[in-house]
Design a protein around this ligand. Structure first.
Ligand code: GUE
Ligand code: MG
Length: 282
């Protein structure tokens, strides 16, 4: 069996999370997650709905605040300030991307780092890179859980992360490094990418180009993690990895859908729960 079933693992973790949440509620704390969505990005609508469904299933208090595409940066910052002060919300997530007239950097800086369940605030990114993470970006955190669940050895292995975003590639590299992998980050300017990729025991692909990674990129027996979420010409969801070609070569591979995506949401829920739990003694 070469498939890493992210959906099944997410469902399994959801059952355990519900029990943990019930126990926390009995102590008087209900985890609260608020999601802010600006504009009508159709992909964002799907993700935000999935998040809300998983949050309510877990027994959280959850709300989606939908703002029009025309919302000013000033109004959004004022809303974040208000959510920062509101003790019913343990986690605040502002869905990215934001409309072009709003600075993502300013918005992420405005979120209280203690409520930044995405782990995107520079304080949280710095804590991760210095080896004392508090809030971890949920996509790479979910990938680490999948690697552990499927018994993948990380220490001493060669890992290649393709993609250098702040939300996936960079934190992924740090998490693998922390577990003693030998890590390389590749990107669109990397020369001889297929040859570089072919050295990797663990290959994480987050480049945002459908079917980009083909059989010639993959070392036989490699573990292949596909973070891609692309639509093909028929509107079908496809990953960054050409699954049918790579699956016979890999020892383990994540599908799209049903791999990284569901675990991203699961880790967001776990992190919101942990954040709520930290308020107990306060
Ligand atoms: N502040 C912020 N935090 C995020 O974590 C964040 C974000 N902005 N913006 C967009 C990306 C993307 N993202 C996904 C979440 C769930 C699925 C997911 O559930 N995927 C399912 C299917 C989805 C479908 O059918 O379209 C799957 O892969 O099986 C995918 C992608 C979170 N993101
Ligand atoms: Mg995330």
């Amino acid at each position: 069996m070469t498939l890493i079933d992210g959906k099944a693992l997410a469902d399994k973790m959801a059952i355990a999370l519900k029990d943990k949440v019930d126990a926390l509620k009995a102590k008087g704390v209900t985890p609260g997650l608020v999601v802010v969505l600006v504009g009508e990005n159709p992909a964002s609508q799907v993700y935000v709905r999935n998040k809300e469904r998983r949050a309510l299933t877990a027994g959280f208090k959850s709300e989606i605040i939908r703002l029009s595409e025309e919302t000013s940066e000033k109004d959004l910052l004022a809303l974040i300030d208000q959510l920062n002060q509101d003790s019913q919300w343990h986690g605040i997530l502002v869905q990215l991307p934001l409309p072009a007239h709003i600075s993502e950097e300013k918005v992420l800086l405005a979120i209280d780092p203690e409520k930044d369940v995405d782990g995107f605030h520079p304080t949280n990114m710095g804590l991760l890179w210095s080896g004392s993470p508090v809030m971890m970006p949920s996509t790479p955190a979910g990938i680490m859980v999948m690697l552990d669940e499927y018994g993948v050895d990380i220490a001493g292995k060669t890992a290649l992360v393709i993609g250098r975003s702040n939300i996936v590639g960079k934190p992924m590299a740090q998490m693998l490094l922390d577990r003693h992998a030998t890590v390389t980050i590749a990107h669109s300017r990397t020369k001889n990418l297929a040859e570089v990729a072919k050295q990797a025991d663990i290959l994480v692909v987050a480049i945002g180009m459908g079917n980009f990674v083909t059989a010639d990129f993959v070392k036989p027996g490699a573990v292949v993690i596909d973070v891609g979420m692309n639509r093909d010409e028929n509107g079908k969801l496809i990953g960054d990895v050409k699954f049918d070609e790579v699956e016979p070569i890999a020892s383990l591979i994540t599908p799209v859908p049903g791999g990284v995506g569901p675990m991203t949401i699961t880790m967001l829920m776990e992190q919101t729960y942990e954040t709520a739990k930290r308020t107990l003694g306060k």
